[in-house]
Design a binder for this molecule. Structure first.
Ligand SMILES: Nc1ncnc2c1ncn2[C@@H]1O[C@H](COP(=O)(O)OP(=O)(O)OP(=O)(O)O)[C@@H](O)[C@H]1O
Ligand SMILES: [Mg+2]
Length: 269
């Protein structure tokens, strides 16, 4: 059974903008779904709906069932339950590290909020920091870290409570191309180690293919899921090697032709 099941989801914001139009998407446990589509097509809207962040003035129809809980019907109380029982980690493009806390104190904040400061969880934080190459920087403050290091710290913070689901909204969007590729490699290593169900939003087709077990292409706004392509490369993945392979090339051209007709029709803001 799908851990996340979206059916006929349509969203019209309070200002009349129709962001999503009858979206269907099934995400199985362990799927890593890269969501790609033109700017303004409703990717963040879809992620927010799955996270239970639903503006009260929006008109929403259809259903989103996460681990058996219909989050549109049951709204707030059960969204809290999903966060508590299932666990959902979230990484945004915006830097949300607290400048007055060290790297370690930022990363363990979700543990402190939940009173999970036992040695086992603290060790997990250290283990994850090692996994993304941040060991030795535990006592540094955010301003002493590079942008790529801060993004890695935010990834660790999202994973530290061991959530089942990880939602990432353009987590590497603000980074230069080389740092991005390095972080993609880190992320595939983390996926291999931690076996999460992941929704990974990106504008970058190569990144979508490098990260996902599936790439879901969205149409321009109002967004629909236009195409889903399985990606079978084993984890962890080496982005440099992968991109020079013939198989990657074939997948890229298939997905690009699906995406191009949406992008060339223009950005819709
Ligand atoms: N709170 C809101 N109120 C009104 N309209 C909104 C709101 N949030 C988003 N929109 C509109 O809904 C549409 C979809 O926005 P969304 O942020 O989901 O797109 P996106 O695919 O994430 O775009 P991008 O790739 O640029 O981040 C856009 O036209 C946007 O202007
Ligand atoms: Mg967005």
């Amino acid at each position: 059974m799908a851990i996340i099941s979206v059916r006929g989801l349509s969203v019209v914001y309070g200002n009349g903008v129709k962001a999503l139009d009858s979206v269907d998407l099934d995400i199985e446990e362990g799927d890593v779904v890269s969501l790609i589509g033109p700017s303004g097509c409703g990717k963040t809207t879809l992620a927010n709906m799955i996270l239970g962040v639903i503006p009260p003035e929006a008109s929403v129809s259809g259903s989103i069932v996460v681990s058996g809980i219909d989050i549109i019907k049951d709204r707030k109380s059960l969204v809290e339950k999903i966060y508590r029982d299932v666990g959902v980690g979230y990484v945004s493009q915006v830097d949300t590290l607290l400048p007055w806390r060290t790297l370690m104190d930022n990363v363990i904040l979700p543990l402190q909020i939940r009173g999970m400061t036992d040695p086992e969880h603290m060790d997990r934080a250290k283990y994850l920091l090692g996994l993304v190459g941040l060991q030795g920087f535990e006592n540094a403050y955010p301003h002493q870290l590079s942008g790529g290091m801060r993004q890695r710290a935010q990834l660790v913070r999202a994973l530290v409570t061991d959530p089942k689901i990880l939602v990432m909204d353009e987590p590497f969007g603000a980074l230069d191309a080389l740092t991005r590729v390095a972080l993609q490699e880190h992320l595939t290593r983390i996926i291999a180690e931690t076996r999460k169900t992941v929704i990974f939003i990106t504008h970058d087709l190569d990144e979508a293919i490098t990260i996902g077990t599936k790439v879901a292409v969205m149409s321009k706004r109002p967004g629909r899921i236009k195409m889903i392509k399985r990606i079978d490369f084993p984890y962890p993945r080496d982005p440099f090697k992968l991109r020079s392979s013939r198989e990657f090339e074939d997948i890229r051209s298939e997905l690009w032709s699906s995406l191009a007709s949406e992008v060339i029709a223009g950005e819709q803001g």
